[in-house]
Design a protein around this ligand. Sequence first.
Ligand code: DCP
Length: 215
Amino acid sequence: MSSSTKKFTIAVEGNIGSGKSTVLAHLSKSSLCEIIAEPVENWTNLKGHNILAMLYDDPHRWGFAFQANAQMTLAKLHTQTTKAPVKVMERSIYSARYCFVENLYRSKILHGAEYEILDEWFQTLVSGGSCDLDLIIYLRASPETCLQRIQMRHRSEEESIDLDYLQTLHERHEEWLIQRNRTNNSPPVIVVDANQTKERVYIDTNTHVNNLVSC
Ligand code: DCP
């Protein structure tokens, strides 16, 4: 396939509040990119149930159900085709597994049996190759910066998020994307300093998308 017709899939990853949505809104202006937004609307209104709020209210009760649903909705988005050369996803099934499921398990919120069920499901969903990525752009921000941004945007479900939670999620992202503890079939990772102004983050991200398409 020539470079002009080849298609690419990128996932934009990073902690809660790292700025993924604003980067995606910016990339949506490029004719190269088609954006697949994270299904937060599905999570705040699953046939009338706000499972994101339920998760934060009672993570022991709802952690498994929330993550099972997140895995399924993300797996569907991975199979979605696009016309533009670059499909840009907000998060992926991989961060659901390696950051959120892992974090809930290590915090003893998910039971070992629930963790194994989610993992087996995950392995099955990714085994066929339909969730493969060509590149991950990691918006790397300090947990303190993320907390400030979360507090500024006032998403009502997220009022209970504190620095400790963001710190542990940050560690999961670092293990996965910097220490590369999950090496099997991992795509290249580009790190963007997301503590910078959003204008600088846009410039850096655009450069990486253009480089991917032109190489
Ligand atoms: N979430 C979760 N488990 C997942 C995925 C997301 O608990 N597998 C939660 C964390 C947040 C909300 O869903 O409360 C959305 O988180 P994201 O970081 O995916 O999206 P944001 O909109 O917060 O990202 P950003 O602020 O970077 O735009």
